[in-house]
Design a protein around this ligand. Structure first.
Ligand code: ZN
Length: 477
């Protein structure tokens, strides 16, 4: 499909490169800085710890004001178009793809999660056809095939204007067994078959099919899985914070940090500066008002001012390679975990390009054929593009752009100017790729063991490399 259609060489996940972060952005067209859905595990001063894999936790988060935007599915429903979301990720993930389904806007089918989350707003004829498939499999591992069957039934019973299909594989296999295991290879084959089955089902109805194939993040192999709860407690104590003055949440390749409201700026900066020096830390992002030397302003990675934004996003150290092509050995990163929790073989959520980069293939009559694009793109743009393809109208008040350069009937548009620059803090750096007024965090490298002359060969317009802290002027993005 990549060869036949239009594919992007520089598509990236929304930062942080985590599942529910990207589900919320794909659903709304808005960046995490506006949805406030930052990760898989988050904390809120009134709600406490929340696990966004649990649909009721996401409802509580939204009840407190997060993700105020209507989803694409809800907006389509309000203009008389139909959407079906089918997911075999967690129930929280499937819910995030269209929370409006709770209120009757767009159908939602979950093949994983509690029984009461399976169907929302599914038309009765579709629901009857799905019930003929038999019960959902007891094991999450077999839920992909049930979800595909539910997707096919949705297409053949009453083809929707938009179908969003979310596969939890190969993510599950990669976390459990690493990237090169036979289990992972088989998971990729199963996902590939799922795409073929769904695509064929649409074409068999005689309708046109515009298909956008992407992912919510990339992946690294785990170097090791340090337990960091006690370590962070000790750093907080040394910084003069009171007990529980700093709450971490663990998100695979990243740790989010929340200071108790009212924590003095001096203490925040002190703690952040200490974390930057830790051997397990990669680039550290913090709220711009409290950003000490060596840390990156969060606005480089995330635009918007949602009050649900963590104070710190500490990404984990990675090996300083740029390899993330299909033929390269997997990139490697540390996996952060709470004391006493399980290590994993695969990790994502760092800023390594292998975590940030995602496939993006647009295939079908609306799109250019045999084209590769150089522009950056991401999940917010996919939302904007999908909405416009269905309605012919723009999706207002979102962060994403319609990927006009991918469209077949836009033949004479000048190529979009693409710029990429590298911003350094201490020995760490991150790269931002821009097109027009849109900027995308495309990757970064940890400070430790990074040669000062390190540059990504793909960065045609990167600033000349500089070494030392004097180079820390670059927060212009
Ligand atoms: Zn994952």
């Amino acid at each position: 499909m990549a060869d036949e259609g239009c594919s992007y060489d520089h598509a990236v996940a929304a930062f942080p490169a985590l599942t529910r972060t990207n589900a919320a952005t794909l659903a709304t067209g808005c960046h995490p800085g506006r949805t406030g859905v930052f990760g898989n595990r988050v904390w809120h001063p009134e709600l406490g710890h929340l696990n966004t894999a649990v649909a009721d936790d996401v409802r509580r988060l939204r009840g407190a004001g997060a993700m105020p935007q209507a989803s694409v599915a809800e907006r389509l429903s309000r203009s008389g178009r139909s959407t079906v979301v089918v997911g075999n990720g967690s129930a929280g993930c499937t819910y995030l793809l269209n929370p409006g389904s709770d209120a009757g806007h767009g159908a939602r089918i979950a093949s994983v999660g509690p029984e009461h989350e399976v169907h929302r707003c599914v038309p009765s004829d579709v629901r009857a056809a799905i019930e003929e498939l038999g019960p959902r499999p007891a094991s999450d591992d077999e839920a992909l095939e049930w979800a595909v069957a539910a997707g096919v039934v949705s297409i053949t019973t009453r083809a929707p204007d938009l179908l969003i299909f979310w596969s939890g594989q190969p993510d599950t296999a990669h976390h459990a067994t690493g990237l090169t295991s036979t289990t992972s290879t088989e998971a990729i084959r199963r996902t590939d078959r799922a795409v073929r089955t769904l695509h064929t089902a649409v074409l068999d109805t005689g309708r046109e099919c515009n298909l956008i194939l992407t992912a919510d993040h990339g992946f690294c192999e785990t170097i090791e899985s340090p337990e960091l709860t006690g370590t962070l407690d000790r750093i907080a104590e040394r910084s003069g914070l009171p007990p529980n003055g700093f709450v971490p949440t663990f998100n695979s390749g990243a740790v989010f940090g929340y200071f108790e409201p009212g924590t003095a700026p001096r203490l925040r900066a002190d703690m952040t500066a200490r974390i930057v020096q830790e051997p397990w830390a990669g680039p550290v992002f913090c709220a711009d008002a409290h950003c000490p030397d060596g840390a990156f302003p969060l606005s480089l990675a995330v635009s918007g001012d949602s009050p649900f934004t963590p104070d710190l996003v500490i990404t984990m150290r990675t090996e300083p390679t740029d390899q993330c092509g299909p033929a390269d050995p997997p990139a490697r990163a540390l996996h952060a975990r709470a004391d006493g929790t399980q290590p994993y073989s695969g990790v994502h959520g760092t800023v390594h390009p292998a975590d940030m980069r995602i496939p993006l293939i647009l295939h079908g009559p609306a799109f250019k054929t045999r084209t590769r694009r150089d522009e950056p793109a991401g999940p917010a743009d996919i939302a904007a593009t999908a909405y416009t393809l269905v309605t012919g109208a723009p999706l207002d008040d979102v962060d994403g752009r319609v990927l006009t350069e991918s469209l077949r009937d836009v033949t004479d548009a000048p190529g979009l100017l693409v710029e990429e620059r590298t911003i350094r803090r201490g020995d760490a750096s991150v790269s931002v790729r821009r097109t027009g007024s849109h900027s995308y965090l495309v990757g970064g490298v940890s400070g430790h063991r990074t040669p000062p002359e390190h540059r990504d060969p793909a960065q045609g317009l990167a600033e000349p490399a500089a070494s030392g802290r004097q180079a820390d002027s670059g927060n212009e993005e």
